[in-house]
Design a protein around this ligand. Structure first.
Ligand code: SAH
Length: 354
């Protein structure tokens, strides 16, 4: 059997160097290839016109270039969010979102098709895990959205791994993708412009902390008692709130910057006065940022609800009075189901109907 072609878009510079030298080529070829892949965004080795014909044909014998197929694109009425639907060669689909916020252009990327963690309030959680994305497929989402932004005369400034999936459960592919996104000669997302968001998979957090990779970390806390958190997020049976706080302190000690705790406000579950006070108390001794997200209701069920305006304001007031700093994320793109936790593609249903 032929060995499967390797993905050129998933190769780190050191690996490209090795390949280039194996093929008897000068070292500067690596830069040229990176430029074709991530700046010019070509989809075929044949298009790399400053490489010799013979090199292109040698490369083509061993390598391919991953490109997701864009099958749909929806812009929100306000223009503040654009949702992209991409198809993998297997026919499975994932979503990415471009979010406009002042001067920022943030891309929300998927790491898995579906997710194994089964968080009860999350649309993706209801799909179960269908597949892990490969590094090239993660980077390609960013590349395609970046090329789209460039056409609009804009530049992507930030990346959040907050789309479909739990990034720390697809660790190796995600970390490889993050390294590729950071390359100065490529997509160039330096500093802490990239944030990985986790439902609280502590072994993954520990591994990421030890990595030589300067990325931000967000942990989806979403409740102030283990009892409620366990009901909403089954992963809490294994990794408790206290474990998350400890991991956050460890992250700060090792990295020198703060973890963001995301906290989704759900009516009657996580939005009481007591919750506000407990949240303040819980996080008091942990260097962290708090990001509150009013729940985005999922179309079909009405099981979980966004708190009323009054309740939200009261929650914010109590938190503020306790001296706790926080930000509120008013999700953009709700009209196109592109907001936090709304990414879900009905692939199985669609196929069943064919
Ligand atoms: N698995 C990762 C990343 C994907 S979820 C994680 O759990 O962090 C990204 C964020 O969206 C999480 O903070 C999650 O709690 C939140 N979220 C999920 N469903 C939501 C919904 N319907 N409304 C608002 N936020 C939601």
């Amino acid at each position: 059997m032929d060995t499967p072609l390797q993905d050129l878009k998933a190769m780190l510079p050191a690996e490209l160097d090795e390949l280039v030298s194996e093929l008897g080529q000068p070292a500067y070829r690596t830069q040229q290839i990176l430029d074709w892949l991530y700046v010019k965004g070509v989809r075929e080795i044949a298009q790399m016109s400053n490489l010799s014909k013979s090199l292109r044909s040698l490369l083509s014998e061993r390598m391919r270039i991953t490109s997701l197929l864009e099958v749909d694109r929806q812009e929100s009425a306000t223009g503040e969010a654009v949702k992209f639907l991409f198809e993998l060669p297997t026919g499975q689909r994932v979503e990415s979102v471009l979010i406009v916020d002042g001067d920022r252009r943030t891309v929300c990327l998927s790491s898995q098709v579906g997710c194994p963690l089964d968080c009860k309030f999350c649309a993706t959680g209801r799909m179960g895990l269908i597949a892990n994305l490969q590094a090239g497929q993660i980077v390609d989402q960013l590349l395609q959205v970046s090329l789209y932004a460039r056409e609009r005369g804009e530049r992507v400034t930030n990346v959040v791994m907050m789309g479909m999936g739990e990034p720390l459960l697809n660790y190796d592919q995600v970390v490889r993708a993050l390294k590729l996104m950071r390359l100065q000669e490529g997509l160039g997302l330096g500093g802490r412009k990239i944030t990985v968001s986790t439902a609280g998979y502590v072994p993954g957090i520990r591994k990421l902390v030890a990595e030589d990779l300067n990325v931000g970390l967000a942990i989806s806390l979403n409740a102030t008692t283990d009892e409620i958190r366990e009901k909403l997020m089954p992963i809490n049976r294994k990794y408790k709130i206290a474990d998350l706080l400890e991991a956050a302190r460890d992250f700060f000690d090792r990295r020198g910057y703060r973890v963001t705790f995301e906290y989704v406000l759900m009516a009657g579950l996580t939005d009481s006065d007591e919750d506000a006070l407990r949240l303040a108390k819980l996080t008091r001794d942990t260097p962290c940022k708090i990001n509150l997200i009013p729940y985005n209701e999922l179309e079909e069920d009405g099981l979980y609800r966004r708190p009323s305006r009054r309740r939200l304001d009261q929650f914010y007031r109590l938190l503020r009075d306790s001296g706790t700093e926080f930000t509120v994320r008013e999700s953009r793109g709700r009209d196109i189901d592109a907001a936090c936790g709304q990414l879900y593609h009905q692939q199985e249903k669609v196929r069943a109907a064919l």
